[in-house]
Each structure stands twice: as structure tokens, then as C-alpha cells.
Design a protein around this ligand. Sequence first.
Ligand code: AKG
Length: 423
Amino acid sequence: MCTTILTSDNSRAKMTVEKSLQDFLKNHYPSFLSSDAAKAKIDALSAEKAATLLKVLEAEESGKPTFMVRDANFSDFYGFDLGLNALFSEILASKVPYDSLVTFRESDIFKRDQVVEVEEQAELQELGYRISSHRFTPEQLATVNAEIANATFVNRGIFSRELTGGEIFGKIRDGSIESYLGINGDTFWLKDQDAAAHSRFFQKLAFDPYILSMVSQYLGCAPVHVQTNLWFSFPTLKDKNNLSTNAQMYHQDKEFTKFIKVFIYLSDVGPDNGPHAYIVGSHIDEAHTHGFKFSDRIPDEDITKYYAPERIRSLVGPAGTITFGDTSCVHKGVPVEAGYRLMMQLEYASSLYLSAVPPFTALTTDQLAALPYPDPVRKRMTVNYNSDDRRAYQQMSAAGAAPEPSTFRKMLRLAKRYVKTKL
Ligand SMILES: O=C(O)CCC(=O)C(=O)O
């Protein structure tokens, strides 16, 4: 019900969009509108926010992949603040309730403790990140390393190279990895996340009850699994392009309207091994309010202008350390000074709107049946497992694959700097 009194063009625009939003909700999310409190939240939206919300809900219901319009609609992200994200989650949760993910269920991987989890969730919400009380056991690390040995990694430099995880481990041991780095790139990324997303242990992990409980409470709705990523970082030339490509300058992610990542160290990470770093609480005090654009790379000098030293945290920990992180926080990987860092990352989003990641191949009926959740929840969590969308994404990426001339210029500059530092 619209309660706004018409006084100007602005309020007329608000009434029109509010009416369209109300009608849309009535048709597609009727149980959301069943409470007066929910209606009041819709009434309180500005015309701009109501229009943003309507657009994302229409995209949700269309079922069409919206990664195709990511660049064109990127500015929509600026319409989403904490309040609108929470409201969006509430609307999504009215259609697919996520209590089955929060209700306690034993995990095959972690020995759960509900009291500790309450405290972990509270800190995650307050600080934007939280190191888990759980850590992979040596046996679990061995299982993960066996999976990694067979996976293919690629670095993204001038002469990019492909190596299997097993080859990388071997070259780290015998010291020959250095000849694969430098102008070849200093980070080896998993070439295609699809195989990892479908591997037995990683799939179990991605849909583990502890992980799902933490991320669904954080998002306020059933989480969509969007990434199972892995990468090896090595000491790097501190060239701005290089640091930027490898996420080693402070930045804020906008990959989805709301999302949360789970970072797992698979090697010991001390201060010299490239710890993951956060500005505490910056998921609330977002850097774009200081005039930075989402995805801007922010030099350390600028960070210290806006944030007190006690808000800048580097997360060190032994292999197996697990961190939940909202990377809409200002964050980065500190450049590796010695040795290497092997990181695993799972990511979950509230919605695929303007997704930045490739969809996975569809799950088999058996794989789906192995997820012990009600059908709508299972469907929602695996909406990014869609073979048609995967093909569409691959076609779109292939069409835009030719590098721009400026990319060649950047590569040349980088090559010159490497030659200078090596001679
Ligand atoms: O490597 C790191 O620690 C940073 C990773 C990062 O920026 C991200 O995953 O969003």
C-alpha cells in the first residue's frame, strides 16, 4: 500500500516505482508482503533504491543469466548498501526459507560447536572477517593436496605457462619454480574451477553443514555456491600492474550484490608468506564513501590516510587455517616476500545478479541427491551449476578475448622492468 503524498515530480516517481515494486512482490514473493513490517520497509525506500531493487528482482525471476550485462549495469552495485542488501535477502528468504541450513546438522569434516559458532557469526558480522575455530587436519590437508596435484594451473604473464599442481609442488621442492615466474606471472591460478567444483572432497566441503550455516546466516538467505578456486602466490615484482592483477593492492570486491568468501591456507602463512589482509569493519564503512570506485586498486599510502593502524590486520596462520571474509571489506593479499602461499577459496552469493564468475557444469542427479536439504534450497544453492549458462559464458568470454593494444603496452613495460631488476 502506498502512503506517500504527492508533492513533486520526485514523489510521483517514487509512487510509480513503489507501485510497480509492490505489484511485482505481490505476484512473485507474496509471503514477503504478508507482514506490515515488511511493507513498511518497502514504503521507506527512496525511488532510486526501489528501482534498483525492482530491477534485480526482475532479473532473478527472469531466470536469464545476467553476467551478460555486468559491464553495462555495473553502476547498479552502487545502489546496494547494507540496508538494501538485507532487504533483498529477506525477500529471497521469503520464497526459499533457509532454516534447514541453520538447523544443527553434524559435519563429516568439522567437529561442530554451536556455542562457538554463535560467537564466530557475531564477529564475522561486526568485523567483516573471522578466522574459524576449525582448521583442516593433516589428513584433510593430504586429501586436498592429492586433489591439487592433478589440477591444472596457469600463470598470466607474457609467456603464460600451464603446470599441474603436482609439477608445481615438485618445482617448489627442487627450487626450479623460479624459472617459471617473473615475466610469466607470479601467481599460478587454477585454470578451470569446474573440475574442482565437481571433485568429491571439494564438493563435500562447498556444501558442508558448518560452512553453509555460517555463510547462510551471514547472507540472510540460501547461499548460491559460485567459486571453488585455488592459487599459488610467489614473491613478486612490486609493479603496480603486477600487484593489481594478483589482488595484492587494497581493493573492494563487487562480484555480486552480497557475497562471502571462505579462504583456506593450504601452506603455512607467516608475515613473509603473503598473508591475506583486511581493514576491519570496512564492509560497513565502505571505501567508496571516500571516493574510491569499487574494484579500484588503492595504494597503501592512501589506506593509512583513511584508516587507523589498528584497523589494518594481516591474517597469519598454519596450513589448514580457515577464514570467513566479506571482501566488500577493503582487503588484499600482502605480496609474498619468501617461500610461497597456497590458498583455496570458496565463494557464496545471495544472487547471481551481474555475476563475475563462470557457471559450473550441471550437477548429476546423484550429486544433487547427496545434498541433504529440501528441494528449493538445494536448487537455489546450485543455481550456478548450469551447463547452458556455462556455454553462454564461455562464448561471451571467447568473443571478448582479443587483448587490447594497451594490454600489449602494459606487458612491454612490465618486461622492461623485469629485465632491469634482473640485470
Ligand atoms: O590473495 C589474497 O589474499 C587476496 C585475494 C582477494 O583479493 C580475493 O579473493 O578477493
